[in-house]
Ligand binder design. Structure first.
Ligand code: HEC
Ligand code: HEC
Length: 349
């Protein structure tokens, strides 16, 4: 037992610990617990980003529908579709009007959300998925303006700003009202319970966990999980690729796997399957709908050799402006080398 633990337990037992305390001072409560410090104003400001329905918390800024469309196509459409109609199981962001009372309600910003502040806050706080908080304030205003346009709340010449923000009325605003259950429902619940004509047996038919909304890359469509076999094989073989590098690459690839699958059973998702991509011509994975920029680059001779892959993964937009990979890029050369090694080994055809 070390001295700190000894003195702590001795303290707990209420024993005098002077002899030990001379060497290791006993914990003291003087001046608080000795943990943490007062948060700086800058730190509080960085956390305090919520926006309220009455506009409190909105930064100064503005953006128009057309700018928003361009940004949306670049940063959002890979998952949500060009018009918010959604790709695969990603969330639908537009339409769904008049479906709330039906069997299969389509809850979108236009059909369901009561306040514009939720849209602004959500996009600013959490999107694009995987690169949250990478958009600046004017970009968020522009994207929100485009989302309003897609949901038929504004015309295409609209500019949203902190000044006209609270003028926008969401279609389903009146579908929400302050919680009145205390007055409306409580009186019903305090009556004597009815204990006649009860159902004979009660069974659980569904669990809420089954209804989750975030597609889980592998399990949801029965496709392969992120393959680990090559990494294990490399570890077993003495020659061949460096197992540590492959393991590091497998780790980096998790960030790609929001959009890309690789290995046996891989299918196109938000991004193309990456099997056989090393040394392949850009934009040629079968069945994937590439941006015209990517297809044209392939037709112009772009091949995914080490140099081009590294440059693309370091800065997807800088390397090929207008391509649709909504990914910020990898910061370090080590990560890039590792993920390329992993892709070569796992996606070899
Ligand atoms: C890689 C895929 C992906 C990209 C790119 C992406 N999103 Fe999302 N988005 C999601 C997922 C997944 C959710 C649901 C998150 C959850 O509920 O856990 C979501 C939810 C949303 C929602 C809430 C939908 C609802 O009804 O609850 C909005 C609004 C939204 N995204 C806007 C955007 C915007 C704007 C962009 C671009 C700046 C963007 N997203 C980029 C995947 C993506
Ligand atoms: C948010 C989704 C997303 C993420 C995350 C993502 N990608 Fe992509 N990726 C795409 C899309 C979409 C394309 C197609 C771009 C186009 O058509 O303009 C693409 C294209 C590519 C291509 C070119 C494919 C071809 O057929 O020419 C490579 C290589 C690639 N991604 C590798 C990666 C790697 C490696 C990572 C992780 C470090 C990654 N991507 C992360 C969505 C993503």
């Amino acid at each position: 037992m070390n001295k700190v633990a000894l003195s702590a337990s001795a303290l707990l037992m209420g024993i005098a610990v002077t002899a030990i305390a001379q060497e290791t001072p006993a914990p003291s409560l003087d001046g608080g617990y000795g943990l943490g410090r007062t948060a700086l104003p800058e730190e509080i400001a960085a956390w305090d980003i919520d926006v309220r329905p009455d506009g409190l918390g909105l930064p100064v800024g503005s953006g128009d529908v057309w700018t928003g469309e361009e940004l949306f196509v670049d940063y959002c459409s890979a998952c949500h579709g060009d018009f918010g109609e959604a790709v695969g199981r990603w969330p639908v962001l537009a339409g769904g009007f008049g479906t709330l009372e039906g069997e299969d309600p389509v809850k979108t910003i236009g059909s369901y959300w009561p306040y514009l502040s939720t849209v602004w806050d959500y996009v600013h706080r959490a999107m694009p998925y995987g690169s949250a908080q990478s958009l600046d304030d004017d970009q968020v205003y522009a994207i929100v303006a485009y989302l309003l346009y897609l949901n038929e709340v504004v015309e295409d010449d609209f500019t949203l700003s902190n000044e006209n923000f609270t003028d926008v009325v969401m279609p389903n605003q009146d579908g929400f009202f302050p919680d009145d259950r205390a007055e409306v429902e409580f009186p019903l619940f305090i009556q004597d319970p009815c204990m006649t004509d009860c159902a004979e047996s009660v069974e659980i038919t569904m669990r809420a966990a089954v209804l989750d909304v975030t597609p889980d890359t592998a399990e949801d469509d029965g496709a392969a999980e992120q393959p680990t076999a090559v990494v294990e094989e490399a570890a077993a073989e003495a020659s061949g690729p460096d197992p540590e590098l492959l393991a590091a690459g497998q780790d980096v690839f998790r960030r790609c796997s929001t959009c890309h699958q690789i290995g046996e059973g891989a299918v196109n998702r938000a991004g193309p399957v990456l099997n056989g991509i090393y040394m392949a011509t850009a934009g040629t994975r079968e069945g994937f709908r590439y941006s015209s920029v990517m297809s044209d680059a392939g037709a112009g001779g772009l091949v995914w050799n080490d140099e081009n892959l590294s440059a693309y993964l370091a800065d997807p937009r800088g390397f090929l402006s207008g391509n649709r990979m909504a990914f910020q890029g990898l910061r370090s050369d080590e990560e890039i080398a590792a993920v390329i090694a992993y892709i070569r080994a796992t996606g070899a055809e």
